[in-house]
Design a protein around this ligand. Structure first.
Ligand code: IMP
Length: 421
């Protein structure tokens, strides 16, 4: 299940809905920068690291090796949901020993770089994501879940890496030295608590797939935030498109049969980067208020705009999307007309495909199709035919433009406010 835009497509709700018929849910990328919301019986729950299968008894949840794990954030989440009555135990949560850890210096560096970057900031969530993935690739300065099992080795690693990092942070950002003993003690305690959850998750996943279990891969972020295929450098630091599923989980490439894309009925972005269909005006404000478009992780107001079919088609084609879930359709109710970007004009000529490069995106002009809007409250509709004719027309036009069937339409945050087609 993948976000087809720039994140916040309502993946939490759709993954939760599909998980009713799943045995296993796997997170394969990103970290506590993600925020997935699920509404159950009118109550909203937001996860950052835990797969949303924790809300369904009997579902096995896996945090794959492609995730960068902040253990403090994980335990805060586990404590929060345990207090709310959900059961999170080594029976329903497994963590790969290969998963890399977010360390305090990653968070420090992320924040210091963003603060110092002024006009060149990426607008990150400041959760240490970029520096943690950078250390994973660097190797010598990385700490993995596996390292938490051996306290003597952990101590040696933390003291060595913290000493090196303190020198760098001092030179670059005039930061005070990291107290490596304090960090060691915190991570040693996290390590003791995490051990029962740690396993060879890739191997377990392969066994589950072989035995015919139904596995949902819960994408975080979105295709256009993928470090390789997204709108670089305004992306996150993982392969959060469908192409990262295999490396991030250990699932064999021939094991996945459906790639479900999730997109909202309009477009939003948090953080920097070009956004051709942005509406920095009354339309954007209308969408932001009705869609409650404020970050789940950071509460930042999201930038809002019309649906960009060029961008979504790029994501559909890149990931071989087989079916689409359309979310937040109810947010657009009450507008006189709605617009869809069906092409771009670039340097005087028409560009009929999306290029994820900044130079192009910063200068293109969207070409819009205008359709009639619809009034009334559609959040009570439970079949496609109950929707106003104008709403049906909008959905069918989106479907034609993106080149994939819209199988599911969400008209409200609750599990029940979902139309299957
Ligand atoms: P980072 O992932 O914190 O490094 O942030 C990099 C960029 O990705 C920023 O523009 C963030 O706002 C964006 N981003 C990261 N995760 C999400 C998400 O789950 N939803 C929306 N945007 C995200």
């Amino acid at each position: 299940m993948l976000g087809l835009q720039w994140g916040d497509e309502g993946k939490g709700k759709i993954v939760d809905f599909v998980t009713e018929r799943a045995d296993v849910v796997v997170r394969y990328c990103g970290g506590a920068n993600a925020g997935h919301s699920v509404v159950i019986n009118g109550q909203k729950h937001s996860t950052h690291l835990l797969p949303v299968g924790i809300f369904r008894p009997g579902v096995v949840n896996i945090i794959g090796n492609g995730v960068v794990l902040d253990p403090g954030a994980l335990f805060r989440e586990i404590d929060e949901f345990t207090a709310k009555g959900f059961s999170i135990t080594p029976q329903n949560l497994l963590i790969s020993y290969k998963t890399h850890l977010v360390m305090p210096w990653h968070i420090l560096e992320d924040a210091a770089r963003e603060t110092g970057a002024a006009g060149n900031a990426i607008g990150t969530t400041r959760r240490g994501i970029g520096p943690a993935y950078a250390d994973k690739m660097q190797r010598a300065t990385a700490v993995r879940v596996a390292d938490l099992a051996d306290e003597a080795r952990l101590k040696e690693k933390i003291s060595r890496i913290a000493t090196e990092r303190s020198k760098l942070l001092k030179v670059l950002y005039d930061a005070p030295p990291v107290d490596w003993r304090a960090v060691f003690e915190i991570y040693r305690d996290h390590g003791r608590r995490i051990q029962p959850f740690v396993t060879d998750a890739g191997h377990v996943l392969q066994e589950l797939i072989r035995s015919g279990k139904r596995v949902v891969f819960e994408g975080a972020h979105a295709v256009l935030l993928d470090v390789d295929h997204g709108t670089y450098p305004f992306v996150t630091s993982s392969n959060c498109s469908g192409l990262g599923v295999y490396t991030g989980s250990g699932a064999p490439p021939n094991s996945i049969t459906n790639f479900v894309g999730i997109m909202k009925a309009y477009t939003t972005r948090v953080g920097g980067g070009p956004f051709p269909t942005e509406q920095d005006n009354d339309i954007g404000n209308y969408i932001r208020q009705r869609g409650n478009e404020y970050g789940t992780t950071t509460r930042r107001p999201r930038r809002c705009g019309w649906f960009d079919a060029m961008a979504v088609r790029y994501s559909v084609d890149l990931c071989g999307v087989t079916a689409v879930a359309l979310t937040l359709l109810d947010v657009l109710s009450g507008l006189d007309h709605v617009q869809i970007c069906s092409g771009y004009r670039s340097g005087g000529s028409r560009l009929d495909y999306f290029r994820a490069d900044m130079d192009t995106l910063a200068t293109v002009e969207p070409i819009y199709e205008t359709l009639p809007g619809w009034g009334g409250n559609i959040s009570g509709c439970r079949t496609f035919e109950e929707l106003p004719a104008e709403t049906q027309r909008y959905v069918k036009r989106l479907e034609q433009l993106i080149g994939a069937p819209i199988r599911m339409v969400s008209v409200g945050p609750d599990r029940t406010q979902t139309i299957m087609r």
